[in-house]
Write a protein that binds this ligand. Structure first.
Ligand code: FMN
Length: 314
């Protein structure tokens, strides 16, 4: 891949328009700094970090790379104001907000000189992002791992539609693990890509080895988007998933579901390695991930595949 500049590389002053998604229990300073050192944009995932843990991760990331990196702030977790305060105090330059209203923090952060991107799963919300004045929009399709939209719009359908309605730089997410998929997303109109699942199965990700190995064994159909009316999330169909579905189908007892979910189940699965009782978030693209690789290798594969992918004659 040629490292010519485009709107995303210019916005974040990076070499390649490849963003490593913020991911609870995966994206600490090791993963984020490794990605930034390869020329992409690494994001520390604040969603699974207490404020003091986030501060420590930011400080370690600053020591591990002199390249730009950012913090992902999912707005469904507590301590949000404290998290934002730490980001400002530590001099972070880029924030990706998600799972909330793009208006909440965009102006505050931009006034302090930060660049702000917001993650959405529909064109309607992408337009809201543009109205809120964000610097870039991440449009995430139904294939993606983790929390997701209710509308089941795939990346292939979402990107051209968002592109039609917004003028801000656009980042495609969901179902991208290969350079060919990256190129396809950019042909559809994206200026860059946000990649989650592929970076979850890397040496530098902070997740448990049981989980990383499990990712490499997953096949098509092994993940499912559940809890659509509550907090839609794509996860592996394991014992925990079956229990959740039972409660959900038995009458949508919201309290029981929230109790069953909590943050603890995600930690138990992805961070502590309990493959049956834990919540295991991953995208459909896991079916294409066969190896746990160092970030550097993921990058060299992505760039080579991107370069090698040519338009077929017809
Ligand atoms: C394990 C896991 C955890 C995630 N956690 C977060 C999160 O904390 N914040 C967020 O905005 N998105 C989160 N996501 C979604 C990713 O940021 C990203 O948009 C998505 O993974 C892209 O799709 P892909 O998995 O097909 O690459 C998570 C995804 C995964 C797989």
């Amino acid at each position: 891949m040629q490292s010519e500049q485009n709107r995303i590389t210019e916005l974040f002053t990076i070499k390649y328009p490849i963003i490593q998604a913020g991911m609870i229990w995966h994206s600490g300073w090791k993963l984020a700094s490794a990605v930034s050192n390869c020329g992409g944009l690494g994001l520390i995932g604040a969603g699974s970090m207490y404020p003091d843990v986030l501060r420590e991760n930011i400080q370690k990331c600053k020591n591990a790379t002199d390249k730009p990196f950012g913090v992902n702030v999912p707005m469904l977790y507590p301590n949000l104001d404290e998290i934002i305060q730490i980001i400002l105090e530590e001099g972070v330059k880029i924030v990706f907000t998600s799972a909330g209203n793009p208006k909440t923090y965009t102006e505050t952060l931009q006034k302090e000189g930060l660049k702000v991107a917001h993650v959405v799963s529909s064109t309607k919300f992408a337009i809201k992002c543009e109205d809120a004045g964000v610097d870039a929009i991440v449009a995430e399709g139904f294939e993606a791992g983790g929390h997701n939209g209710r509308d089941e719009t795939t990346t292939f359908c979402l990107i051209p539609n968002v592109k039609k309605h917004i003028s801000k730089p656009l980042i495609a997410a969901g179902g991208i693990a290969l350079g060919s998929q990256m190129k396809a997303a950019m042909i559809l109109g994206a200026d860059g890509v946000q990649i989650g699942s592929r970076f979850a199965a890397t040496v530098e990700a902070s997740a448990h080895d049981n989980w990383k190995r499990k990712i490499t064994e997953l096949n098509e159909g092994d993940t499912h988007l559940t809890l659509k009316e509550l907090a839609p999330v794509r996860m592996v169909k394991n014992k925990f998933f079956n229990e959740l579905e039972e409660i959900y189908n038995a009458g949508r007892n919201t309290d029981a579901l929230i109790e069953s979910l909590g943050r603890a189940r995600a930690k138990r699965g992805m961070f502590e390695g309990d493959m049956e009782e834990g919540e295991l978030e991953i995208g459909q693209v896991s079916a294409l991930i066969d190896e746990i690789l160092p970030v550097e290798e993921v990058f060299s594969h992505l760039l080579k595949e991107f370069e090698d992918t040519k338009m077929p004659n017809f």
